[in-house]
Design a protein around this ligand. Structure first.
Ligand SMILES: Nc1ncnc2c1ncn2[C@@H]1O[C@H](COP(=O)(O)OP(=O)(O)OP(=O)(O)O)[C@@H](O)[C@H]1O
Ligand SMILES: Nc1nc2c(ncn2[C@@H]2O[C@H](COP(=O)(O)O)[C@@H](O)[C@H]2O)c(=O)[nH]1
Length: 298
């Protein structure tokens, strides 16, 4: 039967069919990213190679939220940081924006991976005086959604330290009892001096609530946690340099010379073990390092 429509009507109908097909293809691509059939990097490379392909027509915000680890808040922060307008399509990105977006995906890939293979248990370790306690306190203050574990220890409180807040200060008998009762997830004698351990129950309760739990512990403890839960995330905090580490230890002024020497000996061994960790973060600036650890913990 002859087509009774005018040529403009035929064109409009064809354009509408093409638009519907393109929308379907974009939806399929987004699903492929969400289901991990292809990586976001691969989709972005396809879009850049052929801006007229369905991937090229995808807007950057819908591309970002196709990645399961990126919600709307994170999406908006990324767009702002990379200075990309929300109306931009992948195929229309400028060369600097392309590079920035690809670099972002490559650098952040570990934390954008779906969490289902990792538990919510995160360990922060590193040599003495690198700033573990300082970074952990910053996280506690600025990321209240993360539960910071309070350890038990046989060492005496330093000035300003509060029982139950900084540590549970216990004597040797009580520490032995906690071990015998299975109350500690891990425990170790640190710097060949005092004993420290992670109370198990508050951690299990926080994990059961779906919260991320951060343990600020030593290398021996980190190894025990890894053995108990291979899916835990291990983060190693590094000083900007060895000299800076010594300066921080001396500057803190909480140990005498003998204790400092003992701690620095342990620090050398700990630094040599950093390869066992999933991530390394340099504590050059407390807020920056804390935010990086919090991001890895999410
Ligand atoms: N990014 C930083 N820049 C400068 N000084 C820092 C930084 N982070 C921490 N410090 C300082 O370094 C000292 C050691 O920090 P902190 O006590 O947090 O270390 P730690 O790793 O918990 O040590 P330890 O394992 O011996 O308990 C403190 O005086 C702290 O204020
Ligand atoms: N294995 C564990 N190590 C712990 C724990 N809590 C703290 N620590 C580590 O001890 C040293 C010394 O701490 P300080 O407060 O006396 O300076 C430090 O490296 C901590 O990370 C723990 O529960 N288990």
């Amino acid at each position: 039967m002859p087509d009774s429509r005018t040529p403009p009507e035929v064109d409009r109908a064809a354009a509408s069919r093409r638009a519907v097909a393109a929308r379907r293809e974009r939806a399929a691509l987004k699903k492929d990213v969400a289901m991990r059939v292809i990586t976001p990097q691969e989709l972005l490379r396809r879009a850049l190679a052929d801006p007229s392909a369905p991937a090229g027509a995808m807007r950057v915000p819908e591309f970002l939220t196709a990645i399961p680890a990126i919600g709307e808040g994170k999406r908006d922060r990324i767009l702002k940081d990379l200075e990309i307008s929300p109306v931009k399509r992948l195929g229309g990105l400028g060369s600097r924006q392309r590079e920035d977006l690809l670099r972002f995906l490559d650098e952040r890939w570990p934390e954008l991976q779906p969490r289902d293979s990792r538990s919510r248990l995160v360990v922060l370790a590193g040599p003495t005086a690198v700033g573990k306690g300082t970074v952990a306190s910053h996280i506690k203050e600025h990321h209240p959604e993360i539960h910071l574990s309070v350890s038990a220890t046989t060492r005496k409180p330093r000035p300003g330290e509060v029982d139950g807040e900084h540590y549970f200060f216990v004597d040797d008998d009580e520490f032995d009892r906690m071990i015998a009762a299975g109350e500690l997830l891990e425990h170790a004698t640190v710097h060949n001096a005092y004993r420290y351990g992670t109370p198990r129950r508050p951690i299990e309760a926080a994990l059961a609530e779906g919260r991320t739990v951060l343990l600020e512990i030593d290398l021996q403890g980190a190894r025990q946690v890894r053995a108990a839960d291979p899916s835990a995330t291990l983060v190693f905090l590094l000083p900007p340099s060895w000299d800076e580490l010594v300066q921080r230890l001396v500057g803190r002024g909480t140990e005498d010379a003998a204790e400092r020497a003992r701690r620095l000996r342990t620090a050398k061994a700990e630094l040599a073990s950093q390869g066992e960790f999933d991530y390394r973060v340099v504590n050059d600036d407390v807020a920056r390092a804390a935010d990086e650890v919090a991001r890895l913990a999410r």
